[in-house]
Structures are given as structure tokens and as C-alpha cells.
Write a protein that binds this ligand. Structure first.
Ligand code: BV8
Ligand code: ZN
Length: 255
């Protein structure tokens, strides 16, 4: 039987009850309990066999579009069978709980699996794009493509025959300006900042905590492991988000 999640500090409950704005940054760890492989921490982590320099960058796609497309096709097949877990649902409930009290909630996710949307979160900022959207590198035609597996790889554009790439942000590519703008506004105005399920190594998201703390926010980290930001947070909650977040919501509901 997994260990009980750590107790939720009263001071964190008080901070949330008096907060008018909350910003949450999530990474692959929040989807781990849904069965989606993370990048860096599990033995079968995505990077265990590959590393970003091989696959998640434009040069790799130019060099070997078939290999890169097959890797994304494999990930899409894994994600297609996964649903949101109690951690995703708790974040959607936190958004509703805050908004019912006239507060603001922003979910900044590095994940490309759309599981926050599936759980009902609405103010979601996709910092690194969406695995289900594909874009033609020649004519720019873009749309959602939910076919798993792809009937052929690499994927060709129906309109011009060009190659289609995943609608994600690769290493060396800038994050979408509107996502960065939304993140900046949320971080500057939040009273409580959560970092959930991220190894806090990929920039610029890994530095979001500094903007939140400069704004005077109380910082929370939810992760079974220590990360480079663990020493910076006010409330380090060690454990799985699928157990800690529901426990947090239970306290807020006054269960
Ligand atoms: C940019 C999308 C500038 C695609 C991803 C050299 C060359 C080029 C760039 C750089 C460089 N050096 C540094 C950089 C910057 C680079 C970077 O940060 N590199 C790092 C590796 C050093 N960043 C970039 O390139 C970014 N762009 O800087 O652009 C620019 C500006 C203008 C013009 C041009 C360029 C782009 C970064 C985005 C890259 N795309 N993915 C895809 O998914 O395939 S990154 C990838 O890592 C995912 O998005 C992922 O979300 C992200 C972060 O990983 P995590 O989510 O944290 O996942 P991870 O597995 O690492 O950790 C999981 C955590 O969960 C662990 O801590 C674990 O303990 C925890 N956990 C496990 N189980 C649970 C749990 N937690 C809670 N509950 C559980 N149950
Ligand atoms: Zn095209």
C-alpha cells in the first residue's frame, strides 16, 4: 500500500484561502500516474533510450523525419490509451474552487498530452505545444490529427504533399509568444505558485519560480524527488501529485 501523502501544511491552506491568483506549472510527472512515460526519471523514461539531441529538435527531423515521426507516433499510441488521473482532476477542481471565490487560476503546462483539458481544466497555457496537432513544414497547413498509429510515416500534407511535423516546441525553438505572455502575466500576479511533476531543468519554464517569488508568491513543489528548485520553495511536498493534490483539495473543501 503506497505511503500516505505528506500532511498539507495549515499555512498553505491559509495562503490559498486568501489568494486572489494562483499559477501552476506542470511537467511530465503529473501524467506519470496516468501511465504516460516521463522524460528523465523512470528507467523506461523517454530519454532513457533517446536524448533530446537525437529527436526533439528541428535538425533531427530534417535529418530523419521518419525516425522522429515514429517516436511521436509511439508516444501518441501510449497517450491515446491514457486518461487523466486524480492529480489532473484535482487541478481542474482547484481552478473551479478559486473562480467560485472570484480568484484567478492559470495552468502553465509543459506537457503535450492534453490530459489537463481532458480533466476539465480550462485556463491551460500549453508552453510546449500539443502532440495531437500536426503542421506542414511547407505550406503551414495545421490541424488536429488523432490517428494512432499513423497510416504512413513520415506524415504527408494532403494539400501540398509536404512533410508534416508535430505541433510541439522543440529544443532550440522559441516558445509561442502568446504562451510566454500569458505565463508572464500569471507569474507576476500570483499569490501562490505550484511546480508539479517537473524536473525543473528545461528553460524557460524552469525559471518561472523566480518570477513568481519576485512577485511575492508562496511557492509549492509537488514531486517525489528533489529538484534544483526544491531548496527555493516554501512548501516542498514530497510525493506523487495524484495523491497530494486530491489531499490538498480535500483540505480546501473542509472535508
Ligand atoms: C528555447 C516538447 C530559445 C516536445 C520539450 C542548447 C541549445 C538549444 C537550447 C538550449 C541549449 N541549452 C539550453 C537550452 C535551452 C533549452 C533547455 O532548457 N535545455 C535544457 C535541456 C538544458 N530550452 C529550449 O530549447 C526551449 N527553447 O530556449 O528557445 C529561443 C528563443 C528565441 C528564438 C529561438 C530560440 C524549448 C524547450 C522545450 C523543449 N520541448 N518537449 C516533446 O514533448 O517531444 S522539452 C520536454 O521536457 C517536455 O516538454 C517536458 O515537459 C519538458 C520538461 O521535462 P519534465 O516535464 O520536467 O519531465 P521530466 O521527465 O524531466 O521530469 C519528470 C518529473 O516528474 C521528475 O522530477 C519526477 O521526479 C517527477 N515525477 C515522477 N512521477 C511523479 C512526479 N511528480 C509528481 N507526481 C508523480 N507521480
Ligand atoms: Zn502543405
Amino acid at each position: 500500500m503506497p505511503a500516505d501523502p505528506p500532511p498539507i501544511p495549515d499555512a498553505l491552506i491559509d495562503a490559498l484561502r486568501s489568494a486572489s491568483a494562483v499559477a501552476v506549472l506542470t511537467g511530465a510527472g503529473v501524467s506519470a500516474e496516468s501511465g504516460v512515460p516521463t522524460f528523465r526519471d523512470a528507467p523506461d523514461a523517454l530519454w532513457a533510450r533517446f536524448n533530446p539531441s537525437e529527436l526533439a529538435n528541428p535538425e533531427a527531423f530534417r535529418r530523419d523525419p521518419k525516425l522522429v515521426t515514429k517516436w511521436y507516433d509511439w508516444r501518441r499510441q501510449k497517450i491515446a490509451g491514457c486518461g487523466p488521473n486524480p492529480g489532473h482532476h484535482a487541478l481542474a477542481e482547484l481552478e473551479r474552487w478559486l473562480e467560485q471565490r472570484g480568484g484567478a487560476f492559470t495552468l502553465l503546462t509543459q506537457n503535450v498530452d492534453r490530459l489537463h483539458h481532458a480533466a476539465g481544466s480550462s485556463n491551460v497555457v500549453e508552453l510546449h505545444g500539443d502532440l495531437w496537432r500536426w503542421r506542414c513544414v511547407d505550406c503551414g497547413d495545421e490541424g488536429e490529427d488523432r490517428r494512432v498509429p499513423f497510416p504512413e510515416v513520415p506524415v504527408r500534407c494532403d494539400r501540398c504533399g509536404g512533410l508534416k511535423r508535430p505541433g510541439v516546441v522543440w529544443f532550440g525553438e522559441a516558445l509561442p509568444a502568446e504562451a510566454l505572455g500569458a505565463a508572464d502575466r500569471a507569474l507576476r500576479s500570483c499569490d501562490v505558485f505550484f511546480s508539479v511533476g517537473t524536473s525543473a531543468v528545461v528553460e524557460p519554464a524552469a525559471s518561472f519560480i523566480h518570477a513568481a517569488r519576485s512577485a511575492g508568491a508562496a511557492a509549492v513543489e509537488i514531486n517525489p524527488e528533489r529538484t534544483p528548485i526544491t531548496g527555493l520553495v516554501d512548501f516542498p511536498l514530497t510525493g506523487p501529485s495524484g495523491r497530494i493534490l486530491p489531499a490538498l483539495l480535500s483540505r480546501l473543501r473542509g472535508d
